[in-house]
Write a protein that binds this ligand. Structure first.
Ligand code: HEC
Ligand code: HEC
Length: 431
């Protein structure tokens, strides 16, 4: 299930290349800048070509099957999920659907710094495209499957603000036929109150506690199947080819005309991205993400309460009743590898967030987990500045810190501009 093996080819070669280049610069007594400037713009070494090839969208396999969702590939589930995704009835005020924040016409996001549903959230809306390739969902990875993820916003007070008893009744009243075609007989809801949830308002929790376990189970069953249909739809949303892919294909085929797909500035940005800028140590593979979590010292929205990210999400994933090992999962326990072998005590996860895909990134401002940075120029400036983290330790080396694994990312103003130009070549139409 893991996509982390992308890391095997790309970053290793990149780091090795960067280290060699810097060693060479040291031996020759040149400043690293001079050594890099001498590299010819349109020529790539065979190691670099391997790295470039590993980033092609055409190298992206189909998402690994999710053993916890038995209907994820069924066309009826995809059709039902698509309708549910846009259904505003699945909310407290009848006005919020998944598509309110994940808007079809905006690449499934909303362009806001933080999500806005029945209330205001604390993190930025993430794109849905290719999310099926992520072993962990959300910025902090607190969910281990797409279907379990979908249940979160439905009961989140700032998002849909609904509750699972309400949703089960709604599903039965409006989608019973479609539901039964996929999952069999609708779970019996006789006696289930209109509103109840173990994580809702005080009244909803009280109503939930008063329900017999058979009723709770019926509601949880319908609720989890709602998530499974939505996940089936989300799985079909993926990125389309970009100018970057056309350029790399041309490079690998020694097609000089095809290499016009990128300008000299964009090619220079790409070279920095996989070399001196060290971007591809984390942003690698066809989606330009290692699907892992890193603390990169992004300033928190609320400095008095910095978001701790992955470090507090691990326990949430473990104790989630809708995880791969739970009662509502369709998986055999031994199929839940990611959850079973999740690192639970990694201090590096304090203040760490999921590396986002950079596909279509130019259309997704503002950036980072809470929209802290307004533009791509600001993002690259952040990497060059490499500030200290508000909580935990930034993996980006700070000047003079003697960081063991990484050299500080140092880019001139012009180089930063080139990297930004390159980031704008990664856009294509969603499929
Ligand atoms: C109020 C706006 C809002 C609504 C409504 C909403 N989301 Fe989201 N979505 C977000 C935000 C914000 C995040 C990131 C939250 C976090 O990391 O804590 C997110 C994250 C996600 C992710 C994770 C993607 C990844 O790569 O990890 C998926 C998938 C997703 N939402 C699907 C849905 C579905 C399905 C629904 C409807 C059931 C939905 N969302 C409703 C704002 C929203
Ligand atoms: C140590 C791993 C790491 C390195 C190195 C790295 N990134 Fe990132 N990148 C991340 C993580 C993690 C985030 C999300 C951080 C957050 O939201 O707090 C991110 C976010 C971004 C974003 C914002 C995307 C979005 O949707 O919000 C862009 C753009 C980006 N990085 C580009 C780059 C570039 C360009 C470089 C090289 C100069 C680079 N990154 C180097 C891990 C890394």
């Amino acid at each position: 299930m893991s996509q982390r093996n992308w890391a095997a080819s790309g970053p290793f070669i990149t780091t090795a290349t960067a280290v060699l280049a810097c060693l060479a610069a040291g031996v020759l007594g040149l400043a690293p800048d001079v050594a890099h400037a001498e590299a010819r713009p349109g020529r790539w070494s065979s190691a670099e070509k391997t790295t470039l090839g590993s980033m092609l969208l055409s190298k992206l396999p189909a998402p690994a099957p999710d053993p916890s969702n038995a209907v994820e590939a069924r066309v009826e589930a995809i059709a039902l999920g698509k309708r549910l995704f846009s259904d505003t009835r699945l909310s407290k005020n009848g006005q919020v659907a998944c598509a309110t924040c994940h808007a079809f016409e905006r690449d499934f996001q909303d362009g806001r710094p933080v999500g806005q549903g029945v209330g205001t959230g604390i993190r930025r809306t993430m794109p849905i495209a290719a999310a099926a390739h992520s072993p962990w969902l959300f910025w902090d990875g607190r969910k281990d499957s797409l279907w379990s993820q979908a249940l979160g916003p439905l009961e989140d007070g700032a998002e849909h603000g609904a509750n699972r008893a309400q949703l089960a009744h709604l599903l039965e009243a409006n989608y019973r036929t479609e539901y039964e075609a996929l999952f069999g007989r609708f779970p019996p809801l006789q006696g289930v109150p209109a509103n109840a949830s173990p994580i809702g308002s005080a009244d909803e929790r009280k109503a939930w506690d008063a329900m017999p376990s058979s009723q709770r189970d019926a509601v949880n069953r319908a609720f989890s199947n709602l998530g499974k249909a939505i996940a089936a739809f989300e799985r079909t949303v993926t990125y389309g080819e970009s100018r970057f892919d056309r350029y790399v294909t041309a490079v690998l085929n020694a097609d000089a005309a095809g290499q016009q797909a990128l300008s000299a500035q964009e090619v220079s940005g790409l070279r920095l991205f996989i070399g001196k800028g060290q971007c591809s140590t984390c942003h690698n593979g066809p989606l330009l993400t290692d699907q892992h979590f890193h603390n990169t010292g992004v300033p928190p929205r609320d400095a008095s309460r910095p978001d701790r990210g992955r470090s507090v999400a691990v326990a949430k994933a473990q104790h989630d009743e809708f995880n791969c090992l739970g009662k509502y999962s369709d998986a055999q326990a031994d199929a839940c590898q990611e959850l079973s072998f999740m690192a639970t005590d990694d201090p590096g996860m304090e203040g760490a967030f999921k590396t986002p895909s950079l596909r279509n990134v130019a259309g997704r401002a503002p950036y980072m987990h809470a929209g802290q940075l307004a533009s791509l120029d600001d993002v690259v400036a952040h990497y060059v500045r490499s500030p200290k983290a508000a909580t935990g330790h930034s993996e980006l080396a700070q000047a003079g810190s003697g960081h063991a694994e990484r050299k500080p990312i140092r880019l001139t103003v012009e180089e930063a501009r080139d990297v930004v130009a390159f980031l704008k070549t990664l856009s294509g139409s969603l499929k």
